[in-house]
Write a protein that binds this ligand. Sequence first.
Ligand SMILES: [Zn+2]
Length: 144
Amino acid sequence: MVFKNGVTLQGMHYLIHEPLFDIMEPAFNAYGVEMVVTCTLGGEHSKRSYHPFGLAVDLRRRHLTDEKAVELAGELKRELREHDNRFDVVLERDHFHVELDIRRPHRRRPPMGRRYRPDFMGPPEDLSEWEEGWEIGGEEGGSS
Ligand SMILES: [Zn+2]
């Protein structure tokens, strides 16, 4: 991971840190390019931007063809949302914009190491822990 001059992770929301290193960087590397962080908190952004809150990063796209950039954006979105459904990835003309919308309802993953793989795993032994890890029907079925 490389940072454009003057760009640092200082002040970034902690929920972005791990995905930067564990999801975004490997995804770029899989395309044979170094991930370059071009913007975190600084820079000029729209009024409703997540950047000033440390909830958005911009990543360089110019070292990728348009075709590869589209592909990678889709992959980033899929992998990040699998990790946390509140992530969004937007392919801008000259960068990837990644943000974590903490105002969206959060569908949490099961506890660490207990990722549900229905094909080759039975139900977890301890169901109470399992149900705690999921907010069932969080987004759609509002009861009010
Ligand atoms: Zn941005």
